[in-house]
Write a protein that binds this ligand. Structure first.
Ligand code: TYD
Length: 357
């Protein structure tokens, strides 16, 4: 089968390609990626010589590039997205272009060329924020908070509209916060690991008690493929790690794993519209796809720390250029990490960590 993967040079997409080329020798993979700041050809260096792998540079919002790539494919796994909530504060239009328009351009090409299946990789953030109790099921209402999650929700709805209106075979996965090797260090876990390795402060937003459900990248990859192979058309599948943790507890675990003091944690102003808690009910994916996450959080985290420690050159290259500009803007002068910047609720009480399942 000929599979088109979009956004394959990013974090989850590149894990997916590395895994699937190995796991499925019958597959040919074309990777359509525009190489934005978060896309990195180094992530797929080991695949370059594989005759079953092909890289095409292009944007999902470019109808001609998409048509040429989709025309030759039988199925699509669509990862390409602007994915960082904090960046969506500064450039919401880029998010709409890639996550909404790009998804529609791709859906349209898939319809025209009658593709067998279209898997859209989405996020638990489309459901909005939870209080202390409860979990989101696939039928929870969509109530996104940020320009990131709102544009992902719009993409989901367009995909479902293509299924209902045009009969396109669409499956959506909604993954929880994903972590692991190769993640761009603007996200919480790789930011804290790489800052700690350099003895730099680790900026914890607000009271640090926001809760995320952490999923190891390889578990996420396997879930996406399980949805491609076994998901029912028009259905949504939640892929959650079952590892709910408060940010402050993750921060402490990272510093322990890196071997640095907790005093590197610096409490900084909160993210506007910061969702309090995400947690997913994953019974549907378990029952229908036979999928379950496998990697315990502590093991995933120590493997991830080891990877960043062993890939100092990767980190150095990624943390130059665009990264520095963004970091300064978001955390630097006049902002969160400026000496004397206002901190919120610096006192974090020790509580029992939120339960994990
Ligand atoms: P992030 O990795 O950006 O993922 P998401 O916003 O999609 O959940 O953030 C995870 C959590 O970590 C979130 O509650 C925000 C928090 N966070 C910080 O406290 N400091 C930071 O510098 C970043 C990037 C995130």
């Amino acid at each position: 089968m000929k599979l088109l993967v979009t956004g394959g040079c990013g974090f989850i997409g590149s894990d997916f390609i590395r895994w699937i080329l190995d796991a499925r020798p019958d597959l040919q993979v074309t990777n359509l990626d525009s190489l934005t700041y978060a896309g990195n050809l180094e992530n797929l260096a080991e695949c370059e010589a594989n005759p079953r792998y092909r890289f095409v540079r292009g944007s999902v919002a470019d109808a001609d590039a998409v048509d040429a790539a989709v025309r030759e494919a039988e199925g699509i796994v669509h990862f390409a997205a602007e994915s960082h909530v904090d960046r969506s504060l500064y450039g919401p239009v880029d998010f709409a272009r890639t996550n909404v328009e790009g998804t529609v351009v791709l859906l349209e090409a898939a319809r025209r060329h009658r593709l067998r299946r279209f898997v859209l990789v989405s996020t638990d953030e489309v459901y909005g924020s939870l209080a202390e109790e409860g979990t989101f099921t696939e039928s929870s209402p969509l109530a996104p908070s940020s320009a990131y999650s709102a544009t992902k929700a719009a993409g989901d709805l367009m995909a479902l509209a293509y299924r209902r209106t045009f009969g396109l075979d669409v499956v959506i996965t909604r993954g929880s916060n994903t972590y692991g090797p190769h993640q761009y260090p603007e996200k919480f876990i790789p930011l804290f690991i790489t800052n700690a390795l350099e003895d730099r402060p680790c900026p914890l937003y607000g009271d640090g008690r926001n809760v995320r459900d952490w999923l190891y990248v390889r578990d996420h990859t396997r879930g996406i493929w399980a949805a491609f192979e076994g998901g029912r058309s028009g259905e949504v599948y939640n892929l959650g790690g079952g590892n709910e943790r408060r940010n402050v507890d993750v921060a402490r675990a990272v510093l322990r794993a890196v071997g640095r003091p907790e005093s590197l944690i610096q409490h900084v102003a909160d993210r506007p519209g910061h969702d309090r808690r995400y947690a997913l009910d994953t019974r549907k994916a378990r029952a229908e796809l036979g999928w379950a996450p496998d990697i315990p959080f502590e093991r995933g985290l120590s493997d991830t720390v080891a990877w960043y420690r062993d890939h100092a050159e990767w980190v150095r290259r990624v943390k130059s250029g665009d990264y520095r500009t963004y970091y300064e803007r978001h955390y630097g002068i006049g902002n969160r990490l400026e000496p004397g910047a206002r901190s919120l609720e610096p006192e974090i009480q020790d509580e029992k960590p939120t339960s994990s399942t």
